[in-house]
Design a protein around this ligand. Sequence first.
Ligand code: AMP
Ligand code: ZN
Length: 126
Amino acid sequence: MSMTDPDCLFCKIVAGDIPTAKVLETDDVLVFRDITPQAPVHLLAVPMRHIRSMADMGPDDSNLLGDLIGAANEAAGASGLGERGYRMASNVGEEAGQTVLHLHLHIMGGAPLGPLAMTDHLDRTP
Ligand code: AMP
Ligand code: ZN
């Protein structure tokens, strides 16, 4: 897998080809504001290098995963969420609703967030 995908939206944001509201930048991770926020604070933490989703991560990526979560925590704290609490979530694949195929951690907070998923529509019959 190459480090960047020329057709990938978040690779273009990382490269600076598409403008974004940056919150935090480290050597390996960029945190920026989600363009369609679903909470008062809604940030995205992405690795600089192109990885499709968490499904493509494993033991070799433990450093990057730690960096990603560390940057997400720092950005959450800088956005005033540290004491209040926040949610981190990462969609993997179609049924989870992943629309951008470059790994991203959603960081959401600033209000009570309610249940993790909308499950009313699910058929629970065994
Ligand atoms: P997901 O549905 O989990 O793949 O999340 C993709 C997220 O990327 C959505 O919450 C979008 O609002 C967000 N998004 C799409 N385009 C941009 C952009 N240009 N800048 C910031 N966030 C974006
Ligand atoms: Zn990418």
